[in-house]
Structures are given as C-alpha cells and as structure tokens.
Design a protein around this ligand. Structure first.
Ligand SMILES: C[S@@+](CC[C@H](N)C(=O)[O-])C[C@H]1O[C@@H](n2cnc3c(N)ncnc32)[C@H](O)[C@@H]1O
Length: 230
C-alpha cells in the first residue's frame, strides 16, 4: 500500500512528515524562504486570489467573519489576502520558527488581536468553532492521501452556512503525481486532487488556473473552491 497514490518513494509516514518539518525549519523565515526563492510570485499570486475570494462572497454567499489559513508559513496569505477581508483569522503552521516570526511580524503591525497562531501539524488540527473559509495554499502536497481525506472530512463539518474550503496549489502537468524529496512533498495532478476532495464528501464549485505567472517552467497552479456534496 502506498501513502500517496502513484508514489512509491514514501516508505514511512512519520519520516515523510519529519523530513518536511526539517526542511521548513531550515528555510529562512522570510518571503523568499516560504516562496521557494521566488518572492516576486507573491504579488502575482495575490493579484488573482483577491478577485477569486471576492467571487466566493458575491456569487456563493460566503460570509467574512472567520477564516483559517493552513500551512500558513509566516502568514503571507493571512496578511495580504485574509485579514483585509475577515474579522478574525487563524493560522495553522507546524514550524515553530515560522510561527515565532509570524507572531513578531503581526505584533509589530498591530494585527495580532485579530489573528490566532496555532502551531500544530495540519493533519492533527481540529476546532470547536465554525469557519467561513479554510484556505490551503501550497501545502496539501505535504499530506498523505489518508490524512488529506480525514482532515477535509473533519473540516467539512466545521463550515458555517455557505462556508467554503479553498485549495491553491501546484499541480503535476501530467497524470502522474510527482514526489519531491527535498521538501518531502508531492505535486498531484488536478484530477487526483478532485478525486480526494470527492472522497472527503466535497464538490468543486469553482476552478481556476493561475494565468499571470511567468513562463519559466513552473508547475500549473490551480485554485479549487469546495463545498459539501449534497
Ligand atoms: C510553500 S510554503 C507556503 C506558505 C504559505 N501557504 C504561503 O503561501 O505563503 C508551505 C508551508 O506549509 C507548511 N507545512 C508543511 N507541512 C505542514 C504540515 N503537515 N502541517 C502544517 N504546516 C505544514 C510549511 O511549514 C510551510 O510554511
């Protein structure tokens, strides 16, 4: 049995997660660090995420009380995309070093009162309160298939009325999932992400491909908005 469909290189689930944490604990806690050495992509990314988020509110009735940002790094998405729109934001991040940096930065900006920083592995996350939005950016490739399905199934039950889950991630450009041993993650084809979200009882209500990234051989980036299957 493989932990991720089509990937035979992961022999041990604990090692898969431990190696990812070692990698993220090593990167500098900066924009450059969390963007994999391509910090200029951040503004381009946000340029397309902002209208996507607006569409979720205008067309799908998503409320803007509370959002949660998974695999949040130093809070790039929380800062530039979510806090300007939502009253409260929670960040879920497993690297203590990145959480500490976020705490420092958001305290300095006077935003810490509206932000909760939760330093846990996302596969272990649970909440007793409901959220209007769960946002996963460039991090679901760090989850095994089983943990992906369990987490998304759990979060489906924690959505407020009209609540939405978003995945924005690199996707393989062929139908084969690719393993990256450097940061211990995978890039799944978008069809495989769609299969996993269906297994978790969710359906895709919006799907967009990032259009404004430079042609420098990057993976295609897809944004999927998900709702509970009726
Ligand atoms: C490529 S960075 C993206 C950061 C942020 N989402 C952004 O777009 O700026 C991936 C992030 O996911 C975090 N991460 C990876 N595996 C994780 C896990 N199992 N639980 C929580 N965070 C995780 C890493 O520490 C890192 O901060």
């Amino acid at each position: 049995m493989s932990f991720i469909k089509g990937v035979e290189q992961i022999a041990n689930k604990k090692v898969f997660y431990d190696n990812a944490l070692k990698y993220w604990d090593r990167v500098p806690p900066t924009l450059d660090g969390v963007m994999g050495g391509l910090p200029l992509l951040s503004d381009l990314d946000l340029q397309e995420s902002k209208p996507f988020l607006k569409k979720l509110a205008m067309k799908h009735g998503m409320k803007t009380e509370r959002a949660c940002d998974f695999g949040a790094g130093i809070g790039r998405v929380a800062d530039k995309l979510l806090l300007p729109v939502f009253k409260e934001v929670e960040m879920v991040e497993f690297s203590a070093k990145l959480c500490e940096q976020a705490n420092k930065d958001f305290t300095a900006k006077g935003l810490i009162d509206r932000l909760k920083i939760t330093c846990v592995p996302m596969q272990e996350y649970d909440t007793t309160i409901k959220f209007d939005l769960f946002w996963f950016q460039w991090c679901v490739g760090h989850l095994t298939d089983e943990d992906f399905i369990a987490l998304f199934t759990r979060l489906r039950g924690k959505l407020s009325e009209n609540g939405i889950i978003v995945i924005k991630d690199n996707c393989a450009s062929t139908e084969e999932t690719e393993f990256d041993k450097d940061d211990s993650s995978v890039s799944r084809p978008v069809t495989e992400l769609e299969r996993l979200v269906k297994e978790a009882g969710l359906k895709v209500i919006e799907k967009e491909q990032q259009k404004n990234f430079p042609s420098i051989g990057l993976y295609p980036v897809y944004t999927l908005a998900l709702r509970t299957l009726e």
